[in-house]
Ligand binder design. Sequence first.
Ligand code: ZN
Ligand code: ZN
Length: 351
Amino acid sequence: MFQCFGYAADEPQAALSPFSFERRDPGPSDVVIKILYCGVCHSDLHVARNEWGKTTYPCVPGHEIVGEVIAVGQAVRKFKAGDLAGVGCLVDSDRTCQHCRAGLQQFCESGSVPTYNGRDKHNGKQTFGGYSSHIVVDQDFTLRIPPNLPLAGVAPLLCAGITNYSAMRHWDVQPDDKIGVIGLGGLGHVAVKIARAMGAHVTVLTTSAGKIEDAFRLGANDVVVTTDPAALAPLANKLDLVIDTISTDHDVAMYLDLLGLDGTYVQVGIPEKPLSVPAFSVIARRRNFTGARIGGLPETQEMLDFCAEHNIVADVELISPAEINSAYERMVKNDVKYRFVIDMASLHASG
Ligand SMILES: [Zn+2]
Ligand SMILES: [Zn+2]
């Protein structure tokens, strides 16, 4: 077994604490990655605290992983020791269903294996995520990391980046399309950068006037503070696509009405409670209300290459592994610009 150490939650109410554990011995097609940075996604917090009700403890969260390859199995051709590598939200799938064959592993019919809180197909044991020293992953679920980008800022692309990129590609964003990004947090700030790089005209819709300046700095063409409904009126029926990144209860109807004929509303944030979609709003202009989740492996690689070409990384606040609990407290208050990323250097120094 491959000995690792990291940070784990032992129960829903507990703070994350240092944790030693084993990963499977690397097989012929496995890559062993020394983790350098891991982004802190809102899902990590939901799962660590069992807010979605499906957590197995102990739980090592983290699915925005970048690091250095330190060993490869004999069948691995894609990587060699010393290469940079990344791991996102998935580490395996059945690889045989129609969606896997199409490169859409996120929609695997028998259920893809999440990077943490999943079931490792090799040994039947629980998967542990990136708040840790090392990870052992099949080369087919490992991404090449472009060398020109600052590594800490790349980590969040592996969940926040691909979630936005995949939605914008699927709904075929074209130059000069009018896109609304609702919420300027971890997901939203990357959405703005990617949409602009695709040539779209981007309007940020935020409840916080304090974010106006940042929204423009991140690339927004327009910013609307939505606490004043009158400010939304000029935008009615104007947008082609809306990306809704809000993960708390909110009024969808207000934003739906901003879409023009056949416009599409993509929910990517995951609020706990069901959202209310008024029938009249979708009927009136044949609007589509839909959702999207991450991307498959080929598209995730395409996203990383796109971000390298356009110099896109997330805006991050670096923390040490021991600071994860205070980071969670700040995340709950939306007090982060715009993603926490754990720097694993101290973990390797102490280990
Ligand atoms: Zn995530
Ligand atoms: Zn499948």
